[in-house]
Design a protein around this ligand. Structure first.
Ligand SMILES: [Zn+2]
Ligand SMILES: [Zn+2]
Length: 356
């Protein structure tokens, strides 16, 4: 089955073609269908902000590295014991690229994100088909199109971020980074009663998108003094909930200074292995009592992501669609930043009758 893969390790942003990473189509064998497995014909698979990190060798340097974990599709085959979900052939589905085994100690103690077998079913989904364990698969609501459905996984990350904020209705909230996760987190936190909801983002189109979807204020961290603006927006109190969805090593340190006393700061992105952020423990943990936390994957979040997906306005995240054959161009578009999200159509499975 044809699969989008990293075929050469290197930064996709490298101006030198000799050292630049490369994306191509590779023919991988289709995994055998286990008794509890579901084979999905993939409709759409979205490029994630983490995919270029895979091209840089973040999780290993042996190529080819199959890509794709934000996908939707149609059930094509069911293993003989894949009945617990009530799935039928032809169902429109999306899901979690990770399988939590349910049996190891982390799984049995409410920490399935640390499942010791988490990689067993992590298969590339930017492909003609993907074969998952039935526990990974969720049927899409009738009103959610396959195109919108491929955003279930990033929506689950936004839900997980909201969980980690422990937000209370009325909390002042700032999100740093207006990429897909930042935009989704913004909408999800709005539903949770966020006030003074602010996006920090240097790209004007992304700030405008946030304002169209519930942000009360935006800050351009290049042209404006973000500390002064944060003071204005929060009447000098700072933000009760601070979220980094940018992964920017330049941005993360300053977020501690716009956090209110007692605030929760969620570092909700991926960061370079060797990046260390200076942290004055007296100022930020003793005097200010900040809670700092992060997000690895999204345990226990998919059922709720499925509940809210119909209520999110994400049309602007699915405007750029490329065919599977044009994956390299799709990644070039992603890297250009012209669209907040780029989607690859892996098969043409028309569900145009479904309104998103
Ligand atoms: Zn992702
Ligand atoms: Zn486990």
């Amino acid at each position: 089955m044809r699969t989008v893969a990293v075929t050469k390790i290197g930064s996709l942003r490298d101006p030198d073609e000799q050292t630049r990473g490369r994306i191509g189509l590779v023919d991988f064998p289709e995994p055998t269908l286990g008794a509890e497995d579901v084979r999905i014909r993939v409709a759409y698979s979205a490029i994630c902000g983490s995919d270029p990190h895979l091209a840089e060798g973040f999780f290993g340097t042996e190529v080819p590295i199959g890509l794709g974990h934000e996908l939707s599709g149609v059930v094509e085959a069911l293993g003989e014991n894949a009945y617990r979900n009530g799935l039928r052939i032809g169902d429109r589905v999306a899901g979690n690229f990770l399988r939590f085994c349910g049996t190891c100690t982390p799984c049995r103690t409410g920490k399935q994100q640390f499942c010791e077998h988490i990689q067993d079913y992590n298969r590339p989904g930017m492909a003609e088909t993907v074969t998952w364990h039935e526990s990974q698969v969720y049927k899409l609501p009738d009103g959610v199109s396959l195109l919108k459905g491929c955003l279930l996984e990033p929506t689950s990350v936004a839900v997980r971020i909201a969980d980690k904020t422990a937000i209370k209705v009325g909390d002042r909230v700032v999100v740093c980074g207006g990429g897909p996760i930042g935009q989704l987190a913004l909408q999800v936190l709005k539903m949770n009663g966020a006030t003074s909801l602010t996006l920090i983002e240097p790209i004007a189109e992304r700030r405008e998108m946030a304002l169209r979807h519930g942000a009360d204020a935006v800050i351009d961290p290049i042209a404006e003094d973000q500390y002064r603006r944060a003071d204005e927006i929060t009447d000098g109190a700072g933000f009760d909930v601070v979220i980094d969805a940018s992964g920017s090593t330049r941005a993360v340190r300053g977020l501690l200074d716009i956090a209110a006393k007692g605030a929760t700061v969620v570092y909700g992105a991926m960061y370079p292995h060797d990046f260390e952020m200076p942290l004055n423990l007296s100022d930020y943990l003793y005097l200010k009592e900040l809670t700092l936390t992060g997000v690895f994957v999204s345990p226990y979040a998919f059922p709720r992501a499925l509940q809210i997906l119909p209520h999110l306005d994400v049309d602007e995240l699915t405007l750029s669609v490329f065919e599977l054959e044009d994956a390299a161009e799709a990644f070039a578009m992603h890297v250009s930043g012209a669209y907040p999200k780029v989607v690859i159509r892996c098969n043409n499975l028309d569900d145009a009758a479904v309104r998103s």
